[in-house]
Ligand binder design. Sequence first.
Ligand code: ZN
Length: 316
Amino acid sequence: MTASSCPNACREQPAWELFASERGFRLLRCPECGLGWTDPPLGDEEIGAFYPPAWYGENNVRFNPVFEALVRLFRQRRSAVIRRRSKPGPVLDVGCGRGLILGELKRRGYRPYGVELSEHAARHAVHQAGAEVHVGDLQRAPFPENYFEVVIFWHSLEHFREPLKALDKASRLLKPGGLLVVAVPNSESLQARLSGANWFHLDIPRHYFHFGLEPLRRAVQDRGFRIAQIDHFSFEQNPYGWLQSLYNALGFRFNFLYDFLKNSNARMTPLRKHPVQALGVLLLLPVLLPVALILMAYEAAAEEGGTVELYAIKKA
Ligand SMILES: [Zn+2]
């Protein structure tokens, strides 16, 4: 893909919207359909440098124990929502990571399948969740068509170099009446607009594509889905998105809070190297956390969540 071509085959030239905090990258947006993408996009070799080994942490435990417990709770909520909207059957999690959501769904009677690029994470998913995992590209996954009851893209669609083709594939894999679940950052949300390059969920260059609500709706509807619901309230993603973006805007080291919450062995930046910043983060927390929670409530009410969860049904 060149910088000037929209995957929706729009005619107008894309316009640059902002320069990312990661030097040398910018966000382009198509004025016709609203889809955004990272320029320049990186190849498989180059993007590896932006996922250092510490990214996943030792034994794949990324956060400190309190937050790991919270993450577990969020996962249970996610699988409960999926259970309410579908009946147990084969479920495919695209970008399944350690298979934590698949493990939850298995306990609820689903048969777990995954696609994952990281061999290390995939091995975990096989052992812990009993999932059948294809390591590699979704397009080459050897799963039968019209087979799955549910296909999930949980914050993975924006990492695809060809997200629309990924949705095409998902549509073929799903049974008629099957459920598509897509959670993505909302690049036209209040959080995104106010934070600009400081937005935590922008995550350039790891995110190749940037969806606002309309481009997301269109991508799904163009592929034979009926949208059942779009959720703007995510306690899992949105308060944190506000909080980290606020710290970034105040001039703290970029995404420093994220390091704070991690296990010491998964930190990118050791806290002791930046004691003043660490103290500053702690002192500001009682002020910024309530602000983040109020903003989260507001954006959910205004239907412009910083991240959104879309549920859609494949038409018969
Ligand atoms: Zn376009």
